[in-house]
Every structure is written in structure tokens, then in C-alpha cells.
Design a protein around this ligand. Structure first.
Ligand code: BGC
Length: 813
């Protein structure tokens, strides 16, 4: 296991389970995130059902795309934030052996506490033994699931066994609508009550309790219903008090005899299709829900299908971690996502960090999904397309043309980036200029292109895809200004992926000029948009021209900008932005020895009264992101189109320069560096890959995973195997491979869905690549290596010997 991993966790390769031994309040928040269960429609943190929210426990249930806005007064300003709403808590189930206090791990003696996450079947099992104040022992086993087949259902089974005594056990099972968004310490001073008008009730026979409420400003109505049943006669009563719907059961426990209580819950919101109202839908659904055994069986079947479609076999210690990452990706973005109007939440549906917002992180997620669940990718791109108009409004409001996608996106696609952020080190609220990361638009365009390349979905490419690409290209062309002295176009006043640098030292205005990543990706977008427009079928082209008022002169301007955007250099390396080379050098050794962990160097320097803007110091890969997005050949071509020669030596120098000046303050950083170094400096790659693998399980960014997983980094590690190490590209209707061996991750296999072929198996190891194409009536797949192309017919396999052990020049079949 990577360094720093929770020492009490034991992943079991064969069994696919992650087991946490013991109860540790300090690790509870992290475990809640990592033990979250979800199905793409909603997710629930792995919180203890007998505990309410407090400083140790952070229960949370989040439905994809369910946002609400609130205003707060902070530092003399009134600010508005939109949050992914913490919905009513369906988990509460507490119990006591007498009229005293309810048993809880914080107040009672725990003889045993174990929590096991079973990835194969998508269940979380808790095994506990309590001792009450009178020394009576109670064994509790609890299994929960958030149903992967029926996305509106969840179940919590609890088995109670009295050990050495007989008597009553009171059980209270509730739906709690009094919850707030309080899972992130830094946001505590911000308004957090998103739910209002909570009403609770019960069915006539008392078998079902329900709760309905709505969000305060987005007016999303929420309905939940719970059926709680014991497998032994037990008097049941219901109560509904302020915002809580409660079932009370009295169980007669006999020594050594287990009594089981099943709580089945349904959740609907007014965003759901095919319902009359959410409460009716929830009550109806829970009434029709089968028993636990049947639900578990159908849930397992749904998971089995997912694992089949995302087959991944990595026999080393990276294997269990990759599988955990895949599990959380699939719980956030599942086949159910294909029917939703949602984007890629940077922190999954696992916590409240970044308010559930959608950033450029889909750049690290969609390329993976494209080759397994293309319908999900298409839905996520359609989320962007539905907000294209809003992005065009944003551009127009700022005096630009085309589409300016927001750095942070939520419900309607307006800019959701906070105006102020708190530096927890200094306690100061500071202006946040990260909204100047307009490069997010290129990420949207890149994903459109990648998706269409991987799937051959020309219908999407020629309609929604073309509209997005054209408007993003138009934005870049309009933003670029010609500098006569330089003889080039410049894009000024932006922030690059390294969000540390927001302004020039001492400048009164935020923004930097000629961010290399922004300019090169803008040139790529312009070139692709031109290719696409030229290739569009005539009628479609006419429609598009009319719809977005495109005229031929504009395309000439795009062509010109795409060839003459400025890329700054200093000391023989690509500059992150114009003037970067003049910034001071940071005393990295001094800062490391003084502070130890300097990942958040920005906060350290600000707390010292200094600014990271003054230094050649990056939070994460910026220029180097170019090597993440483009293969070496494609990047060389892009630079050549811009009139620059990018040779291997310049790239290598650039890699070394930034590697020595990056603090890795984002989980995305180690991933991108691992990916780049696998080709550019192989001996150093594994350390970064390991860090990317450990990002969440060892909470590398110090306390952030407890606020939600890092979905981009998780999906990115899967893609590192799928595309990074194999060099897999789907360009031009051919599967291109250019494998690079990483000794620590040298053998692996996976299956992809590619242009109508389901389950194309690729396996690398021992200097060989084998490809198996399942039988079908589809065309053969062309597999292209560096120097040859081999067609593989459906129903056939082929093994290619990678004669050069570097793996970069596979030759012989
Ligand atoms: C990173 C961004 C990322 C965001 C959300 C930040 O820490 O710097 O690149 O988009 O987190 O994951």
C-alpha cells in the first residue's frame, strides 16, 4: 500500500474488499468519503447511522445536479454561492437497551468495530459489538446499499444479537430533513440551510413514513419514503416531529437469537422525469420495493454488468487501488447518468468540497468513459451543450464573442466560482480570480473531439459538437489581439491551469498574458473547428452558418490566429506565460525544511505576507499539460503549425524546469507528472504514479478527501493505464498504440468498447501486446503501431511482439 494509507485498512485483492478495523474518530470523515455508496443518481456517505452530524460525523446524501443558491455576508461583502445540496438524511437508525442514552461509538464502549466495503457487490458492511452501561453486550451487523439497478432505492439491513442477556431493544429509524451543508470546515461561516418546508407523515397502516421538503431558491422538491420492518413481532409506532419522520420499534431480543431490521428507502426529486410529484413517487416506489434479499440480488447483477463493461486487470499492488478508483467513478457517473442533465462534479457525489461544482476535471474523466460508457460521455457533453447559450451570454457580457464557459459550473451554467476564498492559514478572506481560467473552454472542445473520435458519433459531432466547437473557437479568435511588434496574436489577462499565478507581481489587475497552455490549446481548438466546418455535410453547414451567423471572413481570421498565436520561451524552455522567466526563484529547500508539506505554497506565502505570484512556483502541471493532452507527434505538429520547432531536447528541458518548480498542490498534478514522465524521464515516473494512486486513500492533500473524493485524479489513474501507458489513441478511425513500459506497472489488461465493438480486450506484458476483438458483424479494427497497421477481424486475436524493450517501437507481429 502507498505510504500514508490508513494503517487500519486492508484491501483484499482476491475478495475486492477494503476493510477498516477499529473506530477512529480522527479518520471517520475520510472513511465516510471512501465508503460512500452511490449509483450516479445519488450517493450517501459512509456515515454511522446511529450518529448525527457533529465534528466527527458528516453524514451526507447528494443527488446529481441538485443545486441551491444562498447568500452570505462575509468580510463586509454579500456573496452568493450555489451548492450541491445535502438532502435529508435517510440513514438514521439508532438503538438502546433501556430508557437511557442511545448507543453510539462516541459515548459507549465498543468491543469491536469493523467496516468493509465490498467493491464487487457495492455494499458496505459494519460489524460492531457494543457494551451498554450495565455491561450488556449487543452485536450489530449492518449492510447497506444504494441500488445500482433502481437508482431511487437504498436499503439498510441491521441484525441485532443480544449476547448473554434477553430483553427489549428500542430502535428508532428516521428520515431527517433538518440537515444543513456543514461538511466543510472552511465554509462554516457561509449560509448552509438549503432545505425548507419539511413535512413528515406516515402511511395509514404505519408501515411507511415519509418526508417532503424543497430547496430554498432553486425550488427543487424532494420526497423520501422509508419502510422499516423487523423479522420478528415488534410493536411499531410512528412519530413526525420538526422535519423528521420517525419509526419506533421495540424488539424483544432473546439471548443469542438474531433479529433483523430492514429499512428500505426511496428518493425522488422534482427534477425526475416520469413522475407526478416526488413524494408520491417515493411512497409508491418504496411500497412496491421487494425485500432485502431480492434487492441485494438485483443490485449485484447491476454491478456485475458494470464490472464487465469496465474490465480492468492489474495484478500488482496498484490493482486494488485502481479498482477502488473505478468503483467511485462508476458510483458518480453510472449508466443512469446518461438520462440526467448533469456534469462531472470534481469531488464526486461524496462530499461538499467545491460545492459539487463542475470544473475542467472532465478532461481527466471523459477520455476514460468514452471507451466504456459512451452514452454517459455524451450526456455529460450534452450538459455542456445545454449551457452553451449561457456561455455565449457570459462572453457577450464581458465584451467578447463566442462561448466563454465558466470555470465552475452548476445548475444553469453561469459562472459559479466564488468571489472570495478563505486562507485557513492566515484566516483572511481573499479575492478569487480563478474564474480567469478560460482554458476550460478548450477542455470542453477537446472532450467533444475525443468522444467523437472514440465513438464515431458523427451525429453528435455534426450537431451539438460543431456548435460548441465553433463557439469556443470564436471566443478564442475574438479574445486574441494582434501585436504588431511581435507579429503574433496574444491572449492576455488569463489564468492557466496552475492557479497559483493570478497576476504579475504587484499588479493592480489580475490575469497573465500568453499562457502557453491556453494559447496552444486555443490554436488546437481553432484548427479542429476549421477542419470540422470544412468537413460538415453541406445542408448541415448552411444550418450552422445561419444559426450562429458565421461568415467566411471570420473563418479566415480563425485560420490566421490558429497559426500565429504567441508561445513565450525563456532560457530555452517554454514559458508558462510571458514574463514567467523574470519571476524570482523560490528557496524550495528552505521552505521544505521550514514547513515540511509545502503543497499549498500559496497559502504559506500569503500567510507570510508574501505572494506566490512573485515566484517561479506552480501548483500543478501547466505547460506540461500539453504533454498530457497530445501525443509527442501531435504536439510537435501543433507547434510546427504555429511556426515553432518543438524538439525533444526543448521538451525535455521544459519538463525538467517545471518539475523542479511545482509544489503539487492538486491531486491532478502527480497524475499528470506521472503520465508525462513515463515518456520523458521514466525512472522518476513511478513516484508520481504512486502518489496519484495514494491521493485519496492516503489523503495526500491533507484532509481534503474527507470533504469528497478527487474524481479527476481517480479517473485519471484509470486512464493512465488505458491511454497513458499504452499510448492508445483513437485518431482517424484507427486504434493507435505506442506502449511505454513502466517496470512497476508492466503487466495489465483491460477491455474497451470501440466503435460498435463491445469488449475489445487488450493485454500488455512481457514485451507483448495482445488484442482480442469479440465476434460480431462489425468491420475489423485497424491496430496501428509505430511502423505498421494490423487489421484484426471480429472473433480473432493477435499478439504483437514489442521487439524494442523500451516498448516505443513495436514491430513484429
Ligand atoms: C485544481 C483545479 C481543479 C479543481 C477541482 C483545484 O485544486 O487546481 O485544477 O479543477 O481543484 O478539482
Amino acid at each position: 500500500m502507498p505510504d500514508g494509507t490508513d494503517p487500519a485498512v486492508f484491501p483484499d485483492h482476491a475478495d475486492w474488499t477494503w476493510t477498516y478495523e477499529g473506530y477512529e474518530p480522527a479518520r471517520e470523515q475520510l472513511r465516510e468519503s471512501l465508503c460512500t455508496l452511490g449509483n450516479g443518481y445519488f450517493a450517501t456517505r459512509g456515515a454511522a447511522p446511529e450518529c448525527a452530524a457533529d465534528s466527527v460525523h458528516h453524514p451526507g446524501t447528494y443527488a446529481a445536479g441538485c443545486y441551491n443558491r444562498l447568500t452570505s455576508d462575509i468580510a463586509g461583502l454579500t456573496i452568493e454561492n450555489e451548492d450541491l445540496v445535502n438532502l435529508p438524511n435517510w440513514l438514521p437508525l439508532r438503538f438502546r437497551t433501556g430508557p437511557g442514552a442511545w448507543l453510539s461509538p462516541d459515548t459507549h464502549k465498543l468491543l469491536e468495530h469493523r467496516q468493509s466495503l465490498d467493491l464487487r457487490s457495492g455494499t458496505l458492511t459494519r460489524t460492531l459489538r457494543y457494551e451498554d452501561d450495565d455491561g450488556r453486550r449487543l452485536a450489530v451487523r449492518q449492510v447497506r446499499l444504494v441500488h445500482m439497478g433502481d437508482p431511487h432505492l437504498a436499503v439498510l439491513r441491521t441484525e441485532f444479537t443480544a449476547e448473554g442477556w434477553s430483553g427489549d431493544l428500542d430502535v428508532e429509524s428516521a428520515l431527517d430533513g433538518t440537515v444543513t451543508n456543514s461538511g466543510v470546515e472552511r465554509y462554516r461561516r457561509l449560509a448552509a440551510r438549503h432545505l425548507t418546508h419539511a413535512h413528515a407523515g406516515a402511511s395509514e397502516d404505519g408501515g411507511t413514513v415519509w418526508l417532503r421538503c424543497r430547496t430554498t431558491t432553486s425550488d427543487i422538491r424532494v420526497g423520501l419514503a422509508a419502510r422499516t420492518r423487523a423479522d420478528a413481532p415488534a410493536p411499531v409506532s410512528v412519530r413526525h416531529d420538526d422535519g423528521r419522520a420517525v419509526h419506533l420499534l421495540r424488539l424483544a431480543l432473546a439471548d443469542g437469537r438474531t433479529v433483523t431490521v430492514d429499512k428500505t428507502v426511496a428518493l425522488h426529486t422534482s427534477r425526475d422525469p416520469a413522475i407526478s410529484d416526488p413524494l408520491h413517487a417515493a411512497v409508491d416506489r418504496v411500497g412496491r420495493a421487494p425485500d432485502f434479499t431480492a434487492l441485494l440480488a438485483s443490485h449485484r447483477t447491476a454491478w456485475r454488468q458494470l464490472w464487465r463493461n469496465a474490465e480492468l486487470d492489474v495484478p500488482t499492488s496498484a490493482g486494488p487501488v485502481l479498482r477502488l478508483h473505478l468503483f467511485h467513478v462508476l458510483q458518480t457517473l453510472s449508466p443512469h447518468t446518461a438520462d440526467l442533465d448533469v456534469g462531472v462534479p470534481a469531488r464526486g457525489l461524496h462530499g461538499e468540497a467545491y460545492r459539487g461544482h463542475v470544473f475542467w476535471d472532465e478532461l481527466f474523466v471523459l477520455p476514460y468513459l468514452n471507451l466504456h460508457f459512451p452514452e454517459v460521455s455524451r450526456a455529460l457533453l450534452t450538459y455542456r451543450h445545454r449551457r452553451l447559450e449561457q456561455a455565449c451570454f457570459a462572453a457577450r457580457d464581458a465584451g467578447h464573442s463566442g462561448a466563454m464557459y465558466p470555470w465552475q459550473s452548476g445548475s444553469d451554467g453561469r459562472e459559479e466560482t466564488q468571489r472570495l476564498h478563505l486562507n485557513p492559514r492566515s484566516g483572511r478572506w481573499l479575492p478569487d480570480h480563478s474564474r480567469l481560467q478560460h482554458h476550460v473552454g478548450s477542455a470542453v472542445a477537446y472532450n467533444v473531439w475525443q468522444y467523437c473520435e472514440a465513438t464515431g458519433d458523427t451525429e453528435f459531432l455534426h450537431t451539438k459538437g460543431a456548435e460548441m466547437l465553433a463557439q469556443i473557437a470564436r471566443f478564442w479568435a475574438g479574445l486574441a489581439t494582434y501585436d504588431g511588434a511581435l507579429g503574433r496574436y496574444r491572449i492576455r489577462g488569463v489564468v492557466g491551469p496552475d492557479e497559483y499565478h493570478e497576476a504579475y507581481p504587484g499588479a493592480s489587475r489580475p490575469g497573465l498574458d500568453d499562457n502557453a497552455y491556453t494559447n496552444v490549446t486555443a490554436a488546437w481548438v481553432l484548427a479542429r473547428a476549421l477542419d470540422l466546418l470544412r468537413a460538415l455535410p453541406g445542408p448541415r453547414r448552411r444550418d450552422l452558418d445561419e444559426r450562429i451567423a458565421l461568415d467566411p471572413d471570420e473563418l479566415d481570421a480563425w485560420e490566421d490566429v490558429s497559426r500565429r498565436l504567441h508561445v513565450p520561451y525563456h532560457d530555452g524552455v517554454i514559458s508558462q506565460f510571458q514574463g514567467y522567466g523574470e519571476l524570482a526563484e523560490l528557496d524550495w529547500t528552505g521552505y521544505r525544511s521550514r514547513y515540511g508539506d509545502i503543497r499549498r505554497l500559496d497559502r504559506i506565502l500569503e500567510a507570510e505576507g508574501d505572494s506566490v505570484n512573485n515566484y517561479q512556483a506552480s501548483k500543478q502541471a501547466d505547460v506540461l499539460m500539453l504533454g498530457y493532452l497530445f501525443s509527442p507527434a501531435e504536439l510537435r505538429g501543433l507547434f510546427a503549425r504555429l511556426g515553432y520547432r518543438l524538439d525533444d531536447a526543448t521538451w525535455q528541458r521544459t519538463v525538467d524546469h517545471y518539475l523542479a518548480r511545482t509544489s503539487h498542490g492538486s491531486t491532478l498534478s502527480s497524475l499528470v507528472h506521472g503520465w508525462i514522465l513515463a515518456r520523458a524521464r521514466r525512472a522518476d515516473a513511478w513516484a508520481f504514479v504512486q502518489e496519484a494512486l495514494a491521493g485519496d486513500i492516503a489523503d495526500i492533500q491533507g484532509g481534503t478527501t474527507g470533504e469528497g473524493i478527487h474524481l479527476g485524479a481517480m479517473a485519471g489513474t484509470l486512464d493512465l493505464v488505458q491511454r497513458g501507458l499504452t499510448g492508445l489513441e483513437t485518431r482517424g478511425g484507427t486504434l493507435r498504440l505506442d506502449p511505454v513500459p513502466l517496470p512497476e506497472l508492466s503487466e495489465y489488461g483491460f477491455a474497451v468498447r470501440y466503435r460498435g465493438h463491445w469488449g475489445v480486450r487488450l493485454r500488455l506484458g512481457a514485451g507483448r501486446l495482445s488484442v482480442t476483438v469479440p465476434d460480431s458483424d462489425q468491420d475489423p479494427i485497424d491496430i496501428a503501431l509505430a511502423d505498421r497497421t494490423v487489421p484484426v477481424e471480429p472473433g480473432e486475436s493477435c499478439t504483437l511482439v514489442l521487439t524494442d524493450q523500451d516498448g516505443t517501437r513495436p514491430t513484429t507481429a
